[in-house]
Unconditional design. Structure first.
Lengths: 414, 414
């Protein structure tokens, strides 16, 4: 097994109502397994379109991974097309039927006719029992090529991939190792980072690929190595990583797919530091990100979203006079918020944000995008001023990222 | 113009490091314009793979929309392939060069050689000036078929689509109207909703398509109508919508792509109600969602993320005795939190969450996934108990959705 293609079925993906997270998950798992995903294709819920894509793609790659269109309602037609494609009849599978009945009764959902039909499978396929939902997965093997069909509900597909599909692919034999090493940076522009790293050819020496992936959270660097063994791939990746670190260490907050909140969580846990958050313009996003990490109660004491001026005064004891004189969006108020939340929470670190998320509320002096980020700890209080003229949600994302990075660098003394 | 395909270029999409939000955006815009997106294809950053997909797809559809691989670094090769595909030389475009120079100087980023190369374009293409970034878009028209290339940075692509591409497609003539009408429901399972709506054939009468799209936020219903005119399409969609509403009104929180936080924002603004939030297990997600809406300061007074027991007592005045006797995850504490935050904020409504997000911290009595949602208003206090045994992030999403829906139904008396 060497190459694969992913086929996603669903009008909702084509017309952009739903983003294709399933193809992303499958791509990631396959790549980790050493299989190269050469293409991803999306087609709508119509018989001819699905049949056409099956005909075009089956046989071209070692594995074809299909998701979507297996639900209980009338618009789910994938199973019918698959059966016709392989010239197979749909037959009732008793184990699947029992699973459907079980699952529904546990959740107190009555068994409907449409649910019964979910237990029909094409004759001759290998049934992948779905213990996380009602639609089973199906696997066909023809001339050493795999054809796998899974439901489109993300966690059901994910479990089927992990429990059945990946082990089956491994068992069929994978001939190469592909390793991706990711270094996540923040606080530096893509072209500046590119120049900072110097000659890419020198860096890679023809033994790997390097990609730059910018987003509102920073630039990710991805090193990709293909090798004959895990050890060889790791050695090459390690060598390139240390060359990159030698030039850009300060900006790198994690290696691997670890988000900044998780990197910070590890750091705070390791240093036994506690934190509290006072947010205005980020509206709870920092607290939300910090509490996305399991175990966050050991370092996250509390957060306050002091949206109104009154709440800044009442909860954080920011002097009313300061707000009326300098405005809520000011360096001094950011400092007072960070100090206030640290004091009332009795934590090692207090952070704060105050700014203008927009799209309204800007003035010539204080434009949309202006934000002050405060940090208070035993060493004193610092405030960082930034202008992030962006759409509201992205503004919140950038500001929360900058706040978390401010803490990371402060704790590490960078 | 009738049909289109979307081609996304980038290893990061194939291997699942980045989800394909660009294809989603383009699909949505095209569909709104009356163009049917028949396929979406993703290929990696390699010359042969990109050339192959151009050859396969160009000419098959009226428009081919390509994104990605136009950045300043070595791994961006799309422009070279495009030039070769059309047999064109790359030439320097002075207007683009000036734009690149301008943009960088405004952000105090030094102009590098790699930035200069961004001003090279294939001879004979129509340059789509990128006022939101440094890589220009390119449009080719051959035998009435469009070939459009745009950068992969989402907001740059979005602006190019809206400002140049869609108007050019409209000008070329669009022969049909496609209307999607979305009704968003929450608090009902997909199969139960399907049964509640009765016969889909009766509902649609052959004049539209209906899709069921489940997620952790609820089930979306999508009505799709193709018609000769806007008026005709609207009339059909209206008729089907009212039939659906007659059967499932209570569960529908919005029509159109409005999220629950926005629907609730509109409702609170209309009724002139203010709200405050006390979160434990949702960790700031409810505050974050409410403040994603522009203008939220008019109804959102404050939020507190009382993660520690101490903060529940200090900030919300939840009696210590209650917590030690019944535990922080209990009906009584949820009620006290909602009442407490309402009182300290002096708002019309106070809501609260307390539960076990997991994956650790569960007990036989109080399993992972248990959550109590409290609501306090002038009419009294109610608490809703739910068990949402799910992965941590999805638990937070489901719990925050249930909390917002509890407010919506309370305000509307449903």
């Amino acid at each position: 097994m060497k190459t694969a293609a992913v086929i996603t079925i669903g009008d909702e993906i084509l017309i952009g109502q739903v983003t294709n997270t399933n193809a992303a998950f499958i791509g990631q798992k396959m790549s980790e397994t050493g299989i190269e995903v050469a293409r991803t294709v999306v087609v709508g819920d119509n018989y001819d379109g699905i049949m056409k894509v099956f005909r075009e793609y089956f046989g071209q790659y070692d594995a074809l991974l299909v998701t979507g269109g297996l639900g209980p309602t009338h618009d789910d037609i994938t199973k019918k097309v698959v059966a016709d494609f392989f010239g197979a009849k749909l037959v009732m599978d008793d184990r699947v039927l029992e699973n459907v009945r079980d699952r529904l009764s546990k959740r107190n959902i009555p068994m409907k006719k449409v649910n019964e039909a979910q237990a029909l499978v094409p004759e001759g396929c290998e049934v992948l029992m779905n213990h996380w939902g009602t639609a089973p997965g199906m696997l066909f093997e023809k001339e050493k090529k795999f054809f796998v069909v899974m439901p489109g509900v993300p966690h059901e597909m994910q479990n089927l991939m992990t429990e059945y599909v990946i082990p089956r692919i491994r068992a069929a034999g994978v001939s190469q190792v592909i390793k991706h090493r990711v270094l996540k940076t923040t606080g530096i522009a893509e072209s500046s980072l590119f120049e900072l790293l110097g000659s890419v050819d020198d860096l890679l020496d023809g033994r790997a690929k390097l990609a730059f992936l910018p987003s509102q959270f920073g630039v990710r660097l991805r090193i990709t190595v293909k090798a004959g063994s895990e050890a060889e791939a790791d050695e090459i990746a390690n060598e390139i990583e240390s060359k990159i670190r030698a030039r850009a260490e300060k900006f790198i907050y994690s290696s691997g797919e670890v988000d900044l909140e998780e990197a910070l969580a590890n750091l705070l846990t390791e240093k036994r530091l506690t934190i509290s958050v006072a947010e205005s313009c980020t509206g709870g996003m920092i607290a939300n990100r910090l509490t996305n990490i399991s175990g966050s109660s050991s370092y996250f004491e509390r957060g306050v979203v002091t949206y109104s001026n009154k709440s800044k005064t009442e909860v954080l004891r920011v002097p009313e006079e300061l707000i009326s004189r300098l405005g809520a969006v000011s360096e001094e108020v950011a400092a007072a918020m960070a100090e206030g939340v640290r004091k009332i929470s009795n934590t090692d670190i207090g952070i704060s944000t105050t700014g203008i998320a927009g799209p309204t509320g800007g003035t010539p002096d204080k434009p949309v995008g202006l934000v002050y980020i405060g940090l208070s700890d035993a060493g004193g209080t610092i405030v960082k001023k930034m202008v992030l003229p962006d759409q509201r949600l992205r503004f919140k994302e950038r500001a929360s990222q900058a706040a978390l990075e401010l803490v990371r660098r402060r704790v590490l003394g960078l």
